[in-house]
Write a protein that binds this ligand. Structure first.
Ligand code: FMN
Length: 223
């Protein structure tokens, strides 16, 4: 058994505060090249990724924050969860939400601070690198499964390099803005962004790890 792989998988958790430290482009290239070894139906590799850094990242964050501040309605290109969450799933979602807010010292009733936390998504939690993952607009359900494999490979590769990340569906809510900013045509579907950088080890929010269901809750064995 390769314990390193399992350790990387369990070590990966979302990082929501980053150090002001540049990420070498060669490292990102290595991670992305390795990530593309993800499986895909008939090896189609329909995923694509825009790597946004420097002035382009600053501009994109500013535009998205302006949209958020102007209460622009979000219009994601796809739905990311069932319309109704059954009790165990809802309880997990609520616990994760409460945990992040608590780790950031935000009271549940503090609407202003909660909004500021939500807004932080649109500046990629201060990460110096943002990856935008996108697929063809005619993507099938299976395409999302495949880009999910690619995304997880990226996140694990980043862990191996001492980097942290946070996938963000919230940012994909402003998909038209992203396409316009990055010069993408309408035939690209924005899946999510991925904030990437060196995690701030001092930030309490980075120590928060939502609980996992026990093995027995999601596994049934047949012989
Ligand atoms: C596709 C996807 C979209 C997500 N979108 C957001 C987001 O917009 N903002 C955020 O802070 N976290 C986001 N998350 C992170 C989840 O909240 C997180 O993975 C979950 O609570 C489990 O925590 P962990 O990854 O730290 O173990 C997203 C995760 C995934 C897989």
């Amino acid at each position: 058994m390769n314990v390193d792989v399992l350790s990387a998988i369990t070590a990966r958790h979302c990082k929501r505060a980053y150090m002001d430290r540049p990420v070498p482009m060669a490292l990102l290239q290595d991670v992305l090249a390795a990530a593309a070894h993800a499986p895909s139906t008939r090896n189609t590799q329909l995923w694509q990724v825009a790597v946004v850094t420097g002035a382009a990242r600053t501009r994109l964050a500013a535009r998205l924050c302006a949209d958020f501040d102007a209460d622009e309605p979000v219009r994601p290109d796809y739905v990311n969860r069932p319309p109704v969450l059954d009790p165990p799933y809802l309880a997990r979602a609520e616990a994760a939400g409460v945990g992040v807010l608590k780790a950031r010292g935000i009271e549940r009733g503090d609407a202003q601070a909660r909004r500021a936390h939500l807004r932080d998504n649109y500046r990629f939690y201060g990460a110096p690198v943002v990856m935008i993952l996108h697929v063809p607009a005619n993507a099938a359900s299976g395409t999302f499964l495949e880009i999910g494999c690619f995304l997880q490979n990226i996140m694990l590769g980043l862990v191996a390099c001492g980097l942290g990340s946070c996938p963000q569906y919230s940012v994909a809510g402003y998909s038209a803005r992203i396409r316009a900013e990055l010069g993408m045509s309408a035939d690209r579907l924005i899946v999510c962004s991925l904030a990437v950088g060196y995690p701030d080890p001092q930030a309490p929010v980075n120590a928060f790890v939502p609980e996992r269901a026990s093995l027995a809750e999601y596994t049934r064995w047949y012989e």
